[in-house]
Design a protein around this ligand. Structure first.
Ligand code: SF4
Length: 482
């Protein structure tokens, strides 16, 4: 599919919009007509006296449809062009994206902004009438925004979260595009001991910066990758540094992702629990052994159940389970069974993801996107909403990923009183996040602006260029002394 952007700079948004309708095709963008008569969307803005004429012309299989409008100089031309194109694409493809023209990954952030501007009813109207978001998705965004608002308001302005990145996994899942290194390879395995050393160094630097700035630690979150790829001794060491270096007296939650059941042992769970970790994730993704094999997860359903039972036995208060809708070889019945199984086990949090077709994942590079049936995902997401709502869970955070099946969302569901505050703070970015480890991004908040301090992405760079990274992180001290 070709996208022509004539006399306007809105290429990025329009390309994302076209991708919603042609998720499996490359989109080629041109800024001038080139005489190609194939399938294409031509978008243009032309001056028209005191106004501007916006035009969208869609050619699909030789059939041409066109729509245009005249808009004042103060109009949002980008949005008007997107709406013209949206109507043509919807008619041509026979498919109406449930999130309308909203292509951003943080719909709740927008709902919160619009609620502050227009009030809740005005924000709902904006989503439905202006952005063409379906009533059901608008209601989801409204519910999550209201829940998030309450969470955010409870956190003092000088609070911060500590994020610890562990970009290692026992092996690579076939749908993954994350930079995580599989410790199944000797090269990656060799990096881990030095990585742990540097992580401890960076934690000390970060704690000193937080103390100097008078910040108060409110949540700690270890993500990845799979933090429980570390040995029990490595976990113990890093947890000990956090305990000694940071004031945890105001810390409201401490979470460690133990996502891969094949990394979970009683010894590791006991170390985590003894250091005050109260929440973990044990991620089934699916409760079907056949689907687990298809996605290259080297564990079974029985392993997930064993890890979950161990975590309960060791005493974790809140356990999250991630599930994915739209996995290869899964079926609507299989997915329904997965959601029901997580509910029956009693997970306090269930996070339902829509499979994203990441270009660098093995799923796409080895088999091509065409091998995936993305038509099932919307029904699966509906099923999860129905089952989780009936079981007393409420949606408390949501985000979207680019190239997700059916342009759908990922939603964190929780039983009352068990929402993960870090997830809300990470998604809406209202408070500082001090992040350590490879690929980690520190976010410093001042009013409505956010400054990012990025660490090296890959563990080998993180290990070998740590002195440079430490220099870069002095920016945190500078930020708070400005
Ligand atoms: S566990 Fe997560 S981060 Fe690790 S390979 Fe699988 S999808 Fe990627």
């Amino acid at each position: 599919m070709k996208l022509y952007c004539l006399s306007h700079p809105y290429r990025y948004e329009l390309e994302k919009l076209v991708t919603l309708f042609y998720p499996l095709e490359p989109i080629t963008v041109r800024t001038a007509l080139d005489g190609d008569a194939g399938d294409c969307l031509v978008t243009a803005l032309e001056p028209n006296g005191d106004a501007v004429t916006a035009t969208a012309r869609l050619t699909v299989g030789g059939r041409v449809t066109e729509s245009s409008g005249v808009f004042g100089k103060d109009a949002n031309w980008e949005r008007e062009l997107a709406l013209l194109a949206f109507d043509l694409l919807t008619a041509a493809r026979g498919f109406t994206p449930q999130w309308g023209i909203l292509t951003g990954v943080r719909p709740v952030k927008l709902m919160l902004q619009k609620t502050a501007e227009y009030g809740e009813a005005g924000a709902v109207r904006y989503f439905e009438d202006v952005l063409r978001v379906s009533p059901q998705k608008t209601e989801l965004a409204r519910t999550v925004a209201a829940s998030e608002r309450a969470q955010i308001d409870s956190v003092p302005q000088n609070a911060f979260s500590l994020y610890v990145s562990v970009p290692f996994c026992p092996s690579r899942c076939r749908y993954c595009s994350f930079v995580s290194h599989s410790v199944g390879t000797p090269a990656a395995q060799k990096l881990v001991p030095e990585y742990v050393d540097r992580l401890c160094d960076e934690l000390r630097l970060t704690a000193a910066a937080a103390r100097e700035a008078g910040l108060s630690l409110v949540t700690v979150y270890w993500g990845g990758g799979t933090p429980t790829t570390f040995t029990a001794a490595q976990l113990d060491r890093v947890l000990g540094v956090i305990e000694r270096e940071f004031d945890l007296s105001a810390c409201r939650e401490y979470t460690v992702e133990a996502g891969r059941p094949d990394t979970v042992t009683r010894e590791k769970l006991t170390v985590l629990h003894d250091h005050g970790v109260g929440r973990i994730s044990v991620n089934p993704q699916t409760f079907s052994d056949g689907v687990l094999r298809a996605i290259g997860r080297r564990h079974t359903v029985a392993d997930t159940e064993r890890a979950y039972a161990l975590a309960r036995d060791v005493g974790f208060d809140v356990i999250n389970m991630d599930l994915i809708a739209g996995l290869p070889t899964d079926t609507p019945e299989g997915f329904e069974n997965s959601v029901s199984h997580a509910v029956e086990l009693g997970a306090e949090n269930v996070t339902v993801h829509s499979l994203a077709l990441k270009r660098s994942s093995a799923l796409v590079t080895e088999h091509g996107e065409q091998s995936l049936d993305f038509g099932m995902a919307p029904a699966m997401i509906d099923t999860s909403r129905r089952l989780l709502t009936a079981a007393g869970y409420a949606p408390y955070y949501l985000y979207r990923q680019s190239r997700s099946l059916g342009n759908l969302e990922n939603v964190g569901w929780c039983k009352p009183g068990t929402a993960c505050l870090y997830n809300v703070l990470m998604m809406e970015e209202p408070r500082h996040i001090l992040a350590v480890g490879a690929g980690a991004v520190t976010k410093l908040v001042r009013g409505d602006t956010l400054e990012r301090v990025c660490n090296f992405k890959y563990p080998f760079e993180y290990n070998s260029r740590f002195a440079l990274l430490a220099e870069r992180k002095k920016r945190i001290n500078a930020f708070f002394s400005e």
